[in-house]
Design a protein. Structure first.
Length: 100
């Protein structure tokens, strides 16, 4: 569990560094007139932002998954009932009915 949180924190930090490097490349490319370096900087910035967003989304999802696992462990019969109800509803929605 702690390893996963450390990994998410590392991804956030790497994304922040990548975003910073991208800004530097973008600025350097703009100053020198090197459009390729400037474009590479913008790509690095976007990649860094995406990495940070993914890490945040992963952390949120992990928290919700922990809550679900705790609910199932504490209330197994209620969980089974909920799963059966959802399965029945899905079957009614997606299984084709026979026409008489």
């Amino acid at each position: 569990m702690a390893d996963i949180k450390n990994e998410a924190l590392e991804n956030k930090a790497e994304g922040l560094v990548e975003q910073g490097v991208g800004r530097i490349k973008d600025a350097a490319g703009g100053l020198t007139g090197n459009a390729g370096m400037q474009a590479e900087g913008k790509v690095d910035q976007l990649s860094g932002m995406a990495r940070q967003e993914f890490a945040e989304l992963y952390e949120e999802t992990e928290g919700k998954l922990e809550k679900a696992v705790t609910f199932v462990r504490e209330r197994p019969l209620a969980s089974l009932g909920i799963a059966a109800a959802i399965g029945t509803l899905l079957a009614l929605m997606f299984v084709p009915r026979r026409k008489s």
